[in-house]
Design a protein. Structure first.
Length: 87
């Protein structure tokens, strides 16, 4: 036999759980254990500058690598295309 009391109970619990998920969660600003204003208070400003410089240097390295790969790959493809067309 299929179904029965356990099956309907499970469906009812699943429906109730899904209904609870639709309620909006409280935001972090309503949380009494954290203070959003004090998050950046202890942070040193020089660390932010260093992080920005590191991010920019990584972006420059990635840009140079992309240009290098494109610069090597495009001529190789063109060379192979001309060799294949000549055969």
């Amino acid at each position: 036999m299929t179904g029965g009391v356990g099956f309907s109970r499970q469906g009812h619990d699943s429906f109730r759980h899904n209904r609870k998920l639709s309620h909006i969660r409280p935001s972090m600003k309503d949380n009494p254990y954290t203070n959003v204003k004090d998050v950046d208070a202890g942070r040193d400003a020089s660390v932010s500058k260093e992080a920005a410089q590191w991010r920019d240097s990584m972006r420059q390295k990635q840009k140079k690598l992309r240009i290098l790969i494109f610069g090597l790959l495009l001529p190789a493809i063109l060379l192979l295309a001309t060799l294949a067309a000549g055969i």
